[in-house]
Design a protein around this ligand. Structure first.
Ligand code: NAD
Ligand code: IPM
Ligand code: MN
Length: 333
């Protein structure tokens, strides 16, 4: 929070369904925190078209100096084969802001888990390229310090929940996973009050479907966390509901849905804005220090998806109708 001055949120509207779900987020923010300043900046495919790069310097500077960044999904088929891609902007922004801790909650019907995904290491950021013989490579790299800080974050979070951490790796095959397992165990020893286990990722993928209620905090590396978080979303109601918070040790956090830009449904007005609105709730809580407003938005979204479900939830509501339902369910509306 910027002291006594007005809090400022940078909004990155994204591509395809991005601007559609961001519009609902802006309406809700204006209703619950009218004192917060909202500023839009170009990012992703939109920024490539207008300025030639997915994360223009001015956008990055605005994010650095903001109290929080609210981001809608980016990505569009026109860039699928391009050298400059919208997704590069996400990776650069996460790294520039040192957002190493990606929290992806998934809850429904007795399931209440939190994926704590390392966000700025692993195969996403390791050496990559093409060898003289034509072999193409991406490398999974981790420094023990990167593992230690995300593990510590997971244990701290577990203490405020059901006190369980499951660390997911592929230690039967990967060197990085063997180091991950060793460092996670060392950190676990400092948290004797937290129940701790290791699990191989293939088994974890199966258990997430078969008995998701067994998990509390799931601690894992970047790519496993990417994949398992879509799976966790699917077992708790679908991608249209899953939100995320990306945090560092200081500075602004980044809040965005787990889902992508869904080009298959863009322009139809039927995208589910709930994941975006739940990201707003995470931002109010973790980014702006407004827990009461966060709870109000989260409860209104829970009720609105029952009252006005979008097609992905088996209903017929449009994006705007679900947004309206949320607004009407806010206290004082
Ligand atoms: P996706 O998440 O966009 O879509 C997967 C499926 O879920 C689609 O059928 C889509 O219609 C549906 N879906 C997703 N969000 C929905 C919502 N809010 N309401 C209703 N249905 C929804 O994944 P994809 O198709 O693999 O990727 C599309 C693009 O998004 C790609 O360019 C990818 O790189 C990008 N992407 C961006 C982010 C991000 O910005 N954080 C995240 C994931 C993917
Ligand atoms: C996500 C997305 C991103 C990721 C892509 C678009 C870079 O899939 O946020 O889950 O893999 O982290
Ligand atoms: Mn993903």
């Amino acid at each position: 929070m910027a002291g006594a001055s007005r809090a400022r949120v940078v909004c990155l509207a994204g591509d395809a369904i991005g601007p559609e779900v961001m519009a609902e987020a802006v309406k809700v923010l204006r209703a619950v925190v009218p004192d917060v300043e909202l500023v839009e900046h170009p990012f992703g495919g939109d920024a490539i078209r207008r300025l030639g790069e997915p994360l223009p310097a001015e956008t990055l500077e605005a994010c650095r100096t903001a109290d929080a960044v609210l981001k809608a999904p980016v990505g569009a088929p026109e860039f699928d084969a391009a050298d400059v891609r919208p997704e590069q902007g996400i990776l650069a922004l996460r790294a520039e802001l040192e957002l190493y801790a990606n929290l992806r909650p998934a809850a429904r019907d007795g399931v209440d888990l939190l994926i704590v995904r390392e966000l700025i290491g692993g195969i996403y950021y390791g050496a990559k390229g093409t060898r003289a013989d034509g072999t193409v490579y991406d490398t999974c790299e981790y420094h023990p310090r990167q593992v230690e800080r995300i593990a510590r974050r997971a244990f701290e979070l577990a203490r405020g929940r059901r006190g369980k951490v499951c660390s997911v790796d592929k230690a039967n095959v990967l060197e990085t996973s063997r180091m991950w397992r060793r460092v996670a165990s060392e950190v676990a020893a400092e948290y004797p009050d937290v129940e701790f286990e290791h699990m191989l990722v293939d088994n974890a993928a199966m258990q997430l479907v078969e008995s998701p209620a067994r998990f509390d905090v799931v601690l894992t590396e970047n790519m496993f966390g990417d994949i398992l978080s879509d799976e966790a979303a699917a077992v708790t109601g679908g991608l249209g509901l899953a939100a995320s918070a990306s945090l560092g040790d200081s500075g602004p956090g980044l809040f965005e849905p787990v889902h992508g830009s869904a080009p298959d449904i863009a322009g139809k007005g039927i995208a589910n804005p709930a994941a975006m609105l739940r990201s707003v709730a995470l931002m109010l809580e973790h980014g702006l220090g407004r827990p009461a407003e966060a709870r109000a938005v989260a409860s209104a979204v829970d009720a609105a998806i029952e009252a006005a479900p979008t097609p992905d939830l088996g209903g017929t509501a449009t994006t705007a109708e679900l947004g309206e339902a949320v607004l009407s369910l806010l206290p004082g509306a």
